[in-house]
Design a binder for this molecule. Structure first.
Ligand code: NAG
Length: 361
């Protein structure tokens, strides 16, 4: 196709400068706007189970592995971004109060809270600051007192209540908490409505029941500070691009906010290409665990973030299956890759958190 257009362009030059310019545009359009056809779904239609969205969501997820949610009533990404700036600009000793227990033993949470980027990892691709918010404001009561009820204990353990910043500016504290509680709700709504859409489109009615609870959904406010040093491990094995976030496939369902920050690239037909920014909407994609559950009917897209020359802010939201969801079998009954090791999602989470603790500790 590209070759054909080139030939056409060359042939047309002597005939008409206008036509050749037109072909030129077509040619460049194809190169730079390969993600132009990715679906942009209005939030209200997705949430209201409007079936007209299903083929668009399905096509984008089968072809590209992601789509956009736009026109979210009452949502303003700039408000979130401004609050993130203010949060990260707080003095370290204020943020220290809500650090996870690795850094602050007074916080019993291993996961929900603030995790500063550590100096000794500045040399690695993992250098970022993260503040993690979950669905719980208080801890649900323990449902079993028996020591041998390990799964019940684990379910209790992972439901860590949020810790919110407490500064001398009550207005800020209030606005921060309310904005991100609302932001969490919007992202969870999107992820669940997406599950309903693909369960209709793929005719997997049982899929939605795996996502009825969200004991471990997680929203991360991320800051990737400008890196002062670069080493050879930070270059892509794929094409030598200098990276800020390594090339990876997610695990569960992701609702991503990149604001207007460039850098995110999605793999498409063997090439990493710039994904349009989320602007005032969201980017939705799925990871391997979920793709396996739906018999790999969609694409779990490989993605990465290129190095940027500014402090880059983004927000991730992950919706996993509920704690006791059987992740060992796909919708058609085949054994999943996770199924070789785990039966329920809770067991998977245990290892996932273990890996996080190993990394941060
Ligand atoms: C979003 O909020 C910013 C201030 O935080 C404001 O300047 C902007 O006009 C708002 N945008 C919309 C669409 O309401």
């Amino acid at each position: 196709m590209i070759k054909f257009l080139l030939l056409l362009g060359v042939a047309l030059v002597p005939m008409s400068a206008f036509l050749s310019e037109f072909v030129e545009k077509l040619f460049h359009g194809e190169e730079s706007d390969v993600f132009g056809p990715v679906a942009r779904i209005p939030y209200s239609d997705l949430l209201n189970n409007n079936p007209y969205v299903d083929p668009f969501v399905l096509h984008s997820m089968k072809h590209y592995g992601f789509f956009y949610v736009v026109d979210v009533p009452g949502y303003n990404a700039s408000t979130e971004l401004n609050l993130m700036h203010k949060f990260y600009d707080l003095p370290e000793e204020v943020k220290a109060n809500i650090e996870i227990r690795r850094h602050n033993p007074a916080n019993p949470n291993a996961y929900r809270g603030y995790c500063p980027g550590l100096d000794d990892v500045e040399n690695t691709l993992q250098y970022k600051n993260l503040y993690n918010i979950g669905p719980h404001e208080v801890r649900a009561p323990m449902t079993s007192q028996k020591d041998d009820d390990l799964m019940k204990k684990l379910r209790y353990d992972i439901q860590e209540p949020n810790v919110w910043p407490s500064t001398e500016d009550c207005e800020f504290d209030k606005e921060f908490k309310e904005t991100f509680q609302e932001g969490f709700e919007i992202r969870r709504n999107i992820a669940r409505a997406f599950v309903r859409s693909i369960s209709r489109a793929l005719e997997f009615p049982e899929l939605t029941s795996l996502f009825a609870e969200d004991e471990f959904s997680a929203m991360g406010l991320r800051k990737y500070p400008v890196r002062k040093r670069v080493n050879e491990n930070m270059y892509s094995d794929h094409d030598d691009t200098l990276l800020r976030e390594l090339e990876h496939v997610d695990s569960t369902i992701t609702v991503l906010t990149t604001f207007n920050n460039p850098g995110l690239q999605m793999l498409y037909e063997g090439v990493y290409r710039d994904a349009p920014v989320s602007d005032n909407g969201f980017i939705v994609n799925i990871g391997k665990l979920v793709d396996d559950i739906i018999d790999n009917q969609l694409v779990s897209v490989k993605h990465r973030v290129k190095e940027t020359e500014f402090d880059r802010y983004s927000i991730t939201y992950f919706l996993g299956p509920q704690f006791d969801a059987d992740i060992s079998r796909s919708m058609s009954g085949a054994m999943t890759e996770a199924g070789r090791k785990y039966t329920i999602f809770g067991e998977w989470i245990k290892d996932y958190l273990g890996a996080i603790e190993l990394f941060y500790y």
